[in-house]
Write a protein that binds this ligand. Structure first.
Ligand code: XIL
Length: 314
């Protein structure tokens, strides 16, 4: 099969996808590749379904930007991953600056999740994003500080009620290798499952560094699926310290191949999403100083060796 998504489907996965953002959709050359369902069968909005974008004032929901991405995916016949319902980041100030009672904040979480999940029905949702610190403790954001872990079950239950057909995920980074954070995520999955809280999957973001792809990735995914959830690679990119060299590009190709091969080897790994397909629009350079060139297409929209690495694993 030609194209990443076409090859992924032949290999038994549901999709190969990409994140995108509204500001990129005026770039026709970019959109032509994004629209190509042989390359991408799934789209994640990088920003426009986040809390600050969807409920900037309490009870006032704005769906224009999210709808633009949802409509693009729909017209291309691509799956849409809702991203995200509850996250500590990109929150409007009305959420962070109020001193909430527990019941009021749970009601705010419930309303937010049920409204956005019912607006984008029949989709996959990152209901909870990044609940843990790297040491495996819970992030002491407004949600955890006020409600403990109750916000997690409230959000998942609200999402399930709003759309019984949606796949509900918890998504995080640095859970791709053995350690305290992965263990905490496994313990959370176990406790939600035993409490009967709806949860379908765990998203492994996979924001990696060239030469440092965790060797335990496949085993970790198997350990998650053994708990009765599916997994997905939700935000893959593999960054390097600039400037780019031929050696780094070759290592990056191997690294992409080994990440995709790990998903291939795990039956419950349903698909792979890159956190935008091109270096032109990657979030990496503005977030990790001195680093970049993390994507399978370069900033001129040309395929890199990384592309061949992905293909080789599919
Ligand atoms: C990033 C976006 O790509 C950026 O445009 C934005 O400025 C910050 O957020 N983990 C996540 C994503 O779950 O939502 C983040 O997206 C990248 C890290």
């Amino acid at each position: 099969a030609s194209g990443l998504n076409a090859a992924a489907k032949v290999a038994g996965k549901l999709y190969f996808g990409s994140a995108t953002d509204n500001s990129e959709l005026t770039d026709n050359a970019y959109v032509t590749i994004l629209d190509n369902k042989n390359e991408f069968g799934q789209i994640t909005p990088a920003n426009s379904m986040k809390w600050d974008a969807t409920e900037p004032e309490r009870g006032t929901f704005t769906f224009n930007s999210g709808d633009q991405i949802a409509n693009l995916a729909k017209s291309n016949g691509q799956l849409l991953r809702g991203h995200n319902c509850v996250w500590y980041n990109q929150l409007p100030s009305w959420v962070t600056s109020t001193s909430w009672s527990k019941s009021d904040l749970l009601s705010v979480v419930q309303t937010h999740c049920s409204t956005i999940v019912s607006h984008y029905k029949g989709q996959v949702w990152d209901v909870i994003n990044e609940p843990f610190n790297d040491d495996g403790t819970y992030r002491t954001d407004v949600f955890y500080t006020v409600t403990g872990t109750d916000y997690i079950s409230t959000a998942l239950q609200a999402a399930r009620t709003a759309d019984p057909n949606a796949k509900l995920y918890i998504n995080d980074y640095n859970i791709e290798s053995t350690g305290a954070k992965a263990t905490s995520m496994m313990n959370l999955v176990k406790s939600l499952k035993s409490a009967g809280v709806p949860l379908d999957g765990v998203g492994l973001q996979c924001h990696f560094i060239v030469g440092e792809v965790p060797t335990s990735l496949q085993s970790i995914m198997q350990q998650f699926t053994a708990l009765g959830v599916e997994v997905a690679i939700t935000e893959l990119d593999i960054r390097m310290t600039l400037p780019e060299t031929q050696a780094l590009l070759t290592q990056q190709q191997k690294d992409y191949q080994s990440v995709v091969a790990a998903c291939m080897a795990v039956e419950g790994c349903v698909g792979i999403t890159v956190w935008d397909y091109t270096d032109k629009y990657s979030w990496v350079p503005s977030t990790f100083s001195g680093q970049g060139d993390a994507c399978p297409w370069d900033s001129n929209l040309q395929k890199k060796p990384a592309y061949n690495g992905i293909m080789a694993a599919l």
